[in-house]
Design a protein around this ligand. Sequence first.
Ligand code: TYD
Length: 153
Amino acid sequence: MGMDTIQIIQLKKGQENSYKMNIPKIINLPKILDSRGNLSFFEHPNQLPFEIARTYWIYDVPGGESRGSHAFKHQQEFIIALSGSFDIVLNDGENEIRFSLNRSYYGLFIPKMYWRKMENFSTNSLALIVSDKPYEETDYLRDFNEFKNLKNG
Ligand code: TYD
């Protein structure tokens, strides 16, 4: 599926269907530069390819910890480093790719059925995650082999 051809895109009004949203992508967000302080945002459908059903954030991560070794059967996510930095390691069942998120004006779109791990959190980092589904434990795949079998089967 070409994990080596990660696209960096900027979604625009009316073009949300012209990108293959079944592969991970970095989505660049608008940056309103201002001497009073900068501002970025995302909204559906202009920047975000799905409607938000849930928002959560991860913070106060102790050094060396990793989070989120799992995949989702159905839900899609968009992850931004609002503050600090961390890595997201994605695995499609065959290939692995690492993204370093360290700016608040872009984020990583993760379609369903990608194994994802978050690690290398910097001190005081803040990860913002939006999802198109409410929290549902049965949507989690927490066993990598089960994920791999489902993905490749
Ligand atoms: P989990 O998704 O396993 O965390 P991570 O992927 O970062 O390792 O969630 C940890 C706990 O928090 C788990 O018991 C479920 C709960 N939780 C909710 O209740 N609602 C949510 O939206 C999320 C993301 C987690």
